[in-house]
Design a protein around this ligand. Structure first.
Ligand code: COA
Length: 538
């Protein structure tokens, strides 16, 4: 494989300007992550200490193998929603190594409103389960939750993708033979009681853990019965009398020790074998990506420069380099795993779409995972392109992406607009993981374009009625809120708060995150449910 020869001048003004801008965005990301991980009220901290319980991240530290990576999922979920304090949607989730085994962890944060479940918490729980099912990862639930966040109960309860789906999925996951282990480390009230109930193994902490369908406040309100949490659903009740729990733990640390033993005792995973190579770092420093990616999304740059800082030894075998140049396709290795990479180098035309469809088919047949580097404003529009058949060629690409059976991974490294989002494996196209860079923007189209479309529609309407077009001032007044809301809702932070992605990354860490993502994906066999592709419109 050839080494990509960089054309970047790391001493140029452009490089320095870009570098500083991206460094600013990464600092902002680190601040946001720090706040999400650590901003908790003193009152809540005091209560937890009094109860002799550990904060959620200390529980994770004990659970995870020492010095092993933790791939956190959606740490900024629910950012700026509710009272802006429901960090991570009240849950810490991620993929890590426990007793040498890759698992996915879902842990309530009791320092946020008693670990209660907000609507975004349900969404995060469902995402964790989707990852577990797709990648066949054992699930560890550390439950410490007051159940539904009652003021928002109508948004959590009855619909197909609401709370009930979590327990439905637990039954399905169990049927799939994926282990689910639950630590009862605080109250598991109402809905949260079903998490241990539907698990394969339940470890229950004496004194602090309790499981009940209705907690003491509800029992008092409903029946007048005065009962403590421990009497109602404590460890001794459930380990000795009801049989709801399987293992008795003296405290949080002991509970985690038992969970680690259970994981150690699981049958070994059957990992999908790929033709791996010894991992090697890229020839160029991944941090140089900061200076390569322009501050403005509209400024073009060569995505090969990003690929060169992502793949092992910066080696890349480019496919059809001279054909369909607005999409770069080719083979490389990331942390020793073979990958087929598709990176945008401009708008998608018919030729670049056809190239993508062919390349995806090749990777699919050869069992090579696909990595999409999305920076796309959409498919080319206009009379000339419609006549060539951009719609049917775009369709072939979308069809190939949708039906590819190899694991897919998407990183939105810039723009993600319109059908380009679909063709480049947006969330709806089933990438195992989807990450974003802090400069990324997402939407049907940019705010300016959306506003222009609406003004054009309005002026056409007026013309049909024989009226003059809107005065410029009125047009500007109509455009302003559209542009403002598109800017706000197209922002990477808005996306990650809504969980349209699995998290925002420091671009320099992308290669490492992809390596961990691919490793996790290999816990599942390559999909064999869909052979070949649908009908390609010719
Ligand atoms: N919905 C909304 N808020 C809730 C809540 C719920 N289900 N359960 C607790 N909270 C809030 C409390 O109002 C409190 O808010 P504050 O920090 O603003 O004062 C915070 O969560 C912590 O609750 P607190 O009772 O002070 O803490 P704790 O550690 O002693 O107990 C619980 C936590 C969850 C065990 C306890 O609050 C409880 O039993 N809640 C009711 C559980 C229930 O019956 N749920 C039914 C849901 S279907």
């Amino acid at each position: 494989m050839d080494v990509i020869q960089t054309q970047i001048d790391t001493h140029s003004d452009d490089y320095r300007r870009n570098y500083e801008a991206m460094q600013g965005l990464v600092a902002e990301l680190q601040d946001a992550l720090h706040t999400a991980r650590h901003e908790r009220s003193d009152k809540a901290r005091g209560r937890l200490a009094q109860q002799n319980k550990l904060p959620v991240r200390e529980r994770l530290e004990l659970l995870l193998d020492r010095n092993s990576p933790f791939l956190e999922i959606a740490p900024l979920a629910a950012k700026d929603l509710y009272d802006k304090k429901v960090h991570g949607a009240g849950i810490v989730a991620g993929i890590g190594r426990v007793a040498g085994r890759e698992v996915i962890i879902h842990a309530n944060d009791p320092l946020i409103k008693g670990g209660t479940i907000y609507p975004m918490g349900v969404k995060k729980g469902l995402r964790v389960q989707a990852i577990a099912m797709e990648n066949r990862l054992p699930v560890i639930n550390l439950v410490d939750s007051g159940g539904a966040y009652l003021p928002l109960q109508s948004e959590i309860f009855p619909d197909a993708d609401d709370g009930g789906r979590i327990f439905y999925n637990q039954a399905v996951i169990s049927k799939m033979g994926i282990p689910q282990i639950c630590g009862v480390m605080g109250l598991c009230t109402a809905g949260a009681a079903y998490i241990p109930a539907m698990s394969d193994d339940v470890v229950h902490v004496k004194g602090t853990g309790a499981i009940f369908l209705g907690g003491p406040p509800l029992v008092r309100a409903a029946t007048g019965e005065e009962v403590t949490a421990d009497e109602l659903g404590g460890a001794l009740v459930h380990c000795r009398e009801s049989g709801v729990s399987d293992y008795l733990a003296e405290d949080d640390a002991h509970c985690i020790q038992i969970i680690r033993q259970i994981v150690r005792n699981l049958p070994p995973p059957s990992k999908t074998e790929l033709g791996t190579r010894t991992a090697a770092p890229p020839l160029y420093d991944p941090k140089e990506i900061y200076g390569i990616v322009p501050e403005l999304l509209s400024t073009p740059y060569d995505v090969r420069e990003v690929i060169a800082r992502m793949v092992d030894k910066s080696e890349f075998l480019e496919f059809k380099a001279l054909y369909g140049p607005t999409l770069v396709c080719g083979w490389g290795y990331i942390h020793g795993y073979p990958v087929g990479i598709l990176g945008n180098n401009g708008v998608l035309f018919s030729d670049s779409s056809l190239k993508a469809a062919q390349f995806i088919q090749l990777c699919d047949k050869r069992g090579v995972p696909l990595v999409f580097l999305q920076n796309i404003n959409g498919y080319m529009i206009g009379k000339e392109y419609e006549r060539i058949g951009i719609t049917k060629d775009g369709h072939k690409m979308v069809n190939a992406v949708a039906t590819a059976t190899v694991p897919k991974f998407t990183v939105i490294i810039g723009a993600s607009f319109g059908a380009g989002n679909y063709g480049m494996c947006g969330r709806a196209y089933g990438p195992r993981f989807l990450w974003m860079w802090p400069n990324a923007q997402i939407g049907v189209m940019g705010g300016e374009q959306a506003a222009d479309v609406l003004i054009t529609v309005k002026n056409d309407q007026l013309a049909r009625e024989g009226q003059p077009p809107l005065p410029e001032e009125t047009a500007a007044q109509i455009k302003e809120p559209i542009i403002t809301s598109a800017r706000k809702e197209g922002n990477a932070y808005y996306s990650t708060a809504q969980m349209w992605d699995d998290g925002i990354l420091d671009p320099a860490k992308t290669r490492d995150v992809l390596g961990l993502s691919i490793s996790a994906a290999l816990s599942a066999p390559l999909r064999d449910d869909v052979h070949g592709h649908g009908i390609f419109r010719m």
